[in-house]
Ligand binder design. Structure first.
Ligand code: J2J
Length: 524
């Protein structure tokens, strides 16, 4: 597979022999009782048998359009039954979905289509004021498939045919492409094979105690690794429970669904958890069915984690994960101090962890260093990114996470910071370089440097420092946002704040010192 970095033969043999890779396929995850409810989404309520039948018909519909094994398809759908059916259909025929977020815009989608050489782009008709079809007209793909009012494009509803036999993919094939949070000018694609992603979701379902009685509420974008497979939607399907899709994590949408469907588990990012902790005082719904709240994507403060059981009436689990692979979970039977104060420990006994200093040497036990990892579900290279891979991986295949952690004797990790040039905006990742490149295109901007500023709700917000061109007038934040919007950048990557500077502070080696810049705007 061109552009894909495989695991070395020795490790492949080991992961198979030790039972991590079972040669199961993503298309076969629907393992619930056929008569039980698999999916609730808006007015759709589908049993396992019905969802299976829909996926089979959609798979045949894709084949009829010439989409098949080895193809890539960019999928950008919100939390609807269409997302689930489309995902299952594509993985069944061995076409890999490239999972974009609904918030992505032309800048991201065009690049994903180009990089993946996508056979098709599947989207919704609109998202509020935004018309995906208008964007789709300019994309470099032969076929656009639209859920809803398709206009001149292929309606998703027409991608439907009597099921046919087709050659199944190999478990070693790429099953799905996830998006990296990114630290570079352009987003990176993470190839996940059928067998590694199936292990990811099955092992996660085990650690999180999922059973056929699990009712899992999805409030994060279904296309995000956390909501999709940690254990997520696919972990629920593999253990026979019920998935309930919510359009968002807003308490006025999520709480009524928890009450109505008696949801037992939900995965959220810290800003949503904080909102829910407050919202119980004014929302009137009965959310007592909730047993487990998974919180991850950004650091969740120990004090707030400690409030979850008393305030929301459920257990809390911290999740420190990444689309690249490695997942850390606090365990359901961990003592409360570990659950509150750590971000969990690795999912798999085969996860290898190294914590290193700037010279790549292992730090003393308990000291802070950069987390490196490899294992049976951690990528060995980004897709078609040889140059970047040379920096992101050690010669022996450990992924450099860019996260600064320390490890307790129990194996639990505490995230202490970050080395990568990224802003973690309440779980949404913003690559500083990507935003800087867009800002540099503005006529008034001579140079740009983007840093994170602490924020009580979001953890961090994005601050852009600008050096203006000679005689240039400082643009207003609203103008910059409008400029970025016309450039087709996703809105969550827009700066929250602008500052001007005459020059940027430099490190001894001449790089912009983002630490010094961030200190200028940090609350004292
Ligand atoms: C601090 N930083 C965290 C945490 C992720 C489950 C949960 C999260 C993600 C995810 C995911 C953190 N505390 N608890 O894919 O399956 C930061 C780290 C990490 C980066 C990965 C999942 N949990 N982070 O957030 O690919 O910096 O995945 O390297 O979006 O988020 O981002 P992403």
């Amino acid at each position: 597979m061109d552009g894909f970095t495989p695991w070395p033969a020795g490790l492949e043999a080991r992961y198979k022999a030790e039972g991590y890779w079972k040669d199961r396929l993503l298309g076969d995850v629907l393992r619930g009782d056929p008569s039980r409810t698999a999916l609730v989404a808006g007015d759709d309520r589908l049993t396992y048998a019905e969802l299976d039948a829909r996926a089979a018909r959609a798979a045949a519909g894709c084949l009829a359009l010439g989409i098949g094994r080895g193809d890539r398809v960019v999928v950008q759908l919100p939390n609807t039954a269409a997302f689930v059916v489309t995902f299952l259909a594509l993985v069944r025929i061995g076409a890999a979905p490239v999972l974009a977020l609904p918030a992505h815009r032309e800048s991201e989608i065009r690049y994903l289509c180009e990089l993946s050489e996508a056979r098709a782009y599947i989207c919704a008709d609109r998202d509020g004021d935004f018309d995906y079809r208008a964007m789709a007209r300019t994309l470099p793909v032969d076929r656009v498939i639209v859920d809803g009012d398709a206009g001149e494009f292929t309606p998703l509803a027409s991608v439907d045919a009597d099921p046919v036999e087709s050659t199944p993919p190999s478990p070693a094939d790429i099953g799905v492409f996830l998006l990296s949070g990114g630290t570079t000018g352009l987003p990176k694609l993470i190839p996940r094979t059928h067998r590694d992603y199936v292990y990811n979701l099955e092992a996660s379902a085990g650690v999180c105690g999922f059973t056929p009685a699990t009712v899992y509420l999805v409030v994060l974008p279904a296309a995000h690794n956390f909501a999709l497979a940690c254990p997520g939607i696919l972990g629920v399907f593999a253990t026979g429970g019920t998935v309930v899709l919510s359009p968002s994590g807003s308490p006025d949408e999520a709480f009524p669904l928890i009450e109505r469907e008696r949801a037992t588990v939900c995965a959220v990012v810290p800003p949503i958890a904080l909102l829910w902790l407050d919202a119980v005082s004014w929302q009137e719904e009965d959310i007592s069915s909730l047993e487990l709240l998974q919180v991850g994507g950004a650091k969740f403060a120990a004090e707030r984690a400690a409030e979850v059981p008393g305030t929301l009436g459920c257990q809390v689990q911290q999740v420190f994960g990444m689309a690249e692979g490695l997942l850390n979970y606090t365990r359901l039977d961990d003592p409360s101090d570990l659950v509150e104060q750590t971000q969990g420990r690795p999912l798999s006994p085969a996860d290898e962890i190294r914590i290193v200093d700037e010279d790549g040497e292992q730090v003393a036990p308990g000291d802070v260093g950069e987390l490196l990892t490899r294992g049976p579900y951690t990528l060995r290279g980004y897709y078609r990114a040889a140059e970047h891979n040379a920096r992101s991986f050690t010669p022996d295949g450990f992924y450099r996470t860019g996260d600064l952690v320390r490890r307790l004797p129990s194996g639990h990790l505490i995230v202490e910071g970050r080395e990568k040039d990224q802003i973690n905006r309440g779980g949404d990742k913003v690559s500083a370089e990507e935003l800087e490149n867009h800002l540099l295109a503005h006529p008034a901007v001579h140079d740009a440097a983007v840093v994170g500023v602490p924020d009580p709700m979001m953890g961090e917000r994005t601050c852009a420092f600008l050096i203006l061109r000679d005689g240039g007038k400082a643009p207003a934040l609203a103008e910059i946002k409008e400029f970025l919007r016309t450039r087709g950048l996703a809105a969550y990557k827009f700066p929250d704040r602008l500052e001007t500077a005459d020059a940027f502070p430099r490190t001894p080696v001449g790089k912009i010192s983002k630490k010094t810049l961030a200190a200028r705007v940090a609350p004292s």
